[in-house]
Design a binder for this molecule. Sequence first.
Ligand code: PEP
Ligand code: MG
Length: 912
Amino acid sequence: MPTTAAPTPQAPKYVYDFSEGHKDLKDLLGGKGANLAEMTNLGLPVPPGFTISTDACRAYLAAGRAPDGLDAQVGDYLAALETRMGRKLGDPEDPLLVSVRSGAKFSMPGMMETVLNIGLSDASVSGLAAKAGDERFAWDSYRRLIQMFGKTVLDIDGEHFEEALEASKRAKNVATDVELDAADLSVLVDSYKAIVREQSGRDFPQDPREQMDLAIRAVFDSWNTERAMLYRRQERIPHDLGTAVNIVAMVFGNLGPASPDAISNSGTGVAFTRDPATGHSGVYGDYLPNAQGEDVVAGIRNTLSLTELENLDKTSYDELMRIMSVLESHYRDLCDIEFTIERGKLWMLQTRVGKRTAAAAFLIASNLVDEEVITPDEALDRVNGNQLAQLMFPQFDLSGTPKRIAKGMNASPGAAVGRAVFDSYTAIKWSRSGERVILIRRETNPDDLGGMIAAQGILTSRGGKTSHAAVVARGMGKTCVCGAEELDVDTKARRLTAPAGVVIEEGDLVSIDGSSGAIYAGEVPVMPSPVVEYFEGRLGPDSSHADELVRAVHRIMTWADEKRALYVRANADTPDDAARARRFGAQGIGLCRTEHMFLGERRTLVERLILAEDDSERRKVLAELLPMQRDDFVGILTAMGGLPVTVRLLDPPLHEFLPDLTELSVRVAVAEARGEEHENDLRLLQAVHKLHEANPMLGLRGVRLGLVVPGLFIMQVRAIAEAAAQVAKAGGVARVEIMVPLVGAVQELEIIRDEARSVLDEVTETTGADIRALIGTMIELPRAALTAGQIAEAAEFFSFGTNDLTQTTWGFSRDDVEAAFFSAYLDRGIFGVSPFETLDRDGVGRLVSVAAEEGRAARPGLKLGVCGEHGGDPDSVHFFHDVGLDYVSCSPFRVPVARLEAARAAVNNPRA
Ligand code: PEP
Ligand code: MG
């Protein structure tokens, strides 16, 4: 560490030697820098170097120039590095070379990655050749520098360099770069320098410090490239983090053997301490002899496996194995690493806790507990609800190795098969005649909505994970692959062309995998997820058919249920859904919507009820509805076997129960023109006109409907009470919670509560059954949240209806906005994710916490839950845990996700 590099009194410290950092300083040093520091301090062979902090990047981006003091600090640390290495940067006799590597807190494609061999110039290339005793190596390093520098720092299209390299190989009649000799490479360097001059209007800089400074600036600037910003939006990475820059002394994997006939004892590779695809134990990696930097992943030559490395260079291999095991025990997780071997000496260039598939995440977490490396609580923290959700989608059975024609972005998971259609109209028409279709578009817009609903899946060739197609498909839970740029979609000719000339015409079968982004020609068989089979109870974790993944999921879910503080209920309104919810682990029903019970044949009864002109007609209709409703509730209460069931009184806008205004008007007009009898229709039309609303979602619905249609809610309460009594009589237990929707004022609730109580008392008395019923309300209007203290006086429980609460807080019509303009909002960064998907903590969340707090202050122990869609969203579940709700309720399929996330929330923030 340099002694002269203390920050000047005015300038903060911007530069850190690797020995000064550690793995928990990712905010300051970026992921790469923090982990290089950690490995250095573990005594592992890391080439010396230093990190320029994210503070420096933020200061640079804010001011548009390097902050005061940065250049001097870099100079001091460079001088210290030179002293330590006994060589000076770019020295003509014996040059020190460095790499300049970006490293943000989160690894981010789209940013400048790396420039290697900084310090080489016309003057120092021969010095390097002499010192290494290898002229070819020196020229190869120089041409790599100009190529990388040209591409990433000077923004020159890489094609130009590729073409020059190809031309050079052609001239020599060889297939790979390693067959070019020193003379060929020195000619290539001249061509590269000419490309730089032509394309950038300047000469390749010969001053080593200028090379380094330009590269550092290029890393800073790359934070704000369009691709990087897009990636951050998609992955919800904040834009204000900035990136660090690492300056590392070069070690050389492209340093050939001393004798040209010997097998190369230099090379570079990547490795994982476990298999990141399956999670299986055992090392896994690729090695490329006589290569540098990105050659391994760039696919320029075929790589070798680690076993082949063992045969080639046993000493380095053994050392690599030793270090991998050190890293795994130190990080206590799967690590991925980059390494280089320079003439038989192994160097570590990078490590991090490695990315992995959803299946691997579960298996590794479970295995690490068995290996006594982590605790069950830590295992819960190593997986997440989105990964679990991924494991629950049906999957393609790839055992028949189907033909993959292209790959796009995995925008919305699932496996969909259907006939290719290229417009919304055809999608709707074909699906009506029973055909499964995949809607294929360049990109979608709101006009495609009908087709998207009709299709099994959606495929686009343009647009990212926040494109219209992606946002809407995710909202609908529909499989979507977007941005498959390799595809040429010709909607006029109704065909798509994939690489290698594969053509899919309208009507051809295609299969798309929304979890991986793969696109296949033809029909790939779909199989149910074994994890769902397990949750359904059809696959026992101990059965011989259960694989290791199912067993890992089972163990982790068992730990999750022991850990969580939140109860998890389901939104279900049929006995079948209720039964499934229980199998998936629901501890009750948090929302039984009753509106579906009034559709179909029963709709006309409601129509008659609304239009009834006198009490006797109204009473007649209600008497017909009562037994039907009672049977509905008996079914659900029985399926739930004594677990609590929250029944919500009728909520939807009136018009859903009335004939369509336009249709009715036409009918009346036609009858009039023909002189036919139309007395009834006319009466109906007048009534419908009277009840017509411009904004039905803000109109006569919820408790308002209950207050103006006499007898409606009372009939429902009676049906609930009689059903509970019937279940109790049959020896069961019925626990009901009667929920009043869309309350904005306590007075509304008080009226309904008093009426409901007297019905409950009456049924208790006449049946003699012990009916356990709570009466509570939804909190789904801002006014309700803000007057929760008053409302709690009349409510035995609150359930937050975060769908309506989001709609009314933002003033967003939930049925319209996602398709209409959310993709534009996401693109412009107004929010990173739809507030209907993940709770808007700052706005809607604030109302929830105010209401929770004031409700409980007025009525200690008030039961609090949530039943909006957010109840099954991972991030939102953490919020609900943190504000102290008792339960979340979500669709049956999301119940396992909520169970897991509730446990993870409890691990991160234990409740007193
Ligand atoms: C809600 O508004 O969050 C809710 C659960 O009710 P619905 O979605 O039925 O309006
Ligand atoms: Mg609602």
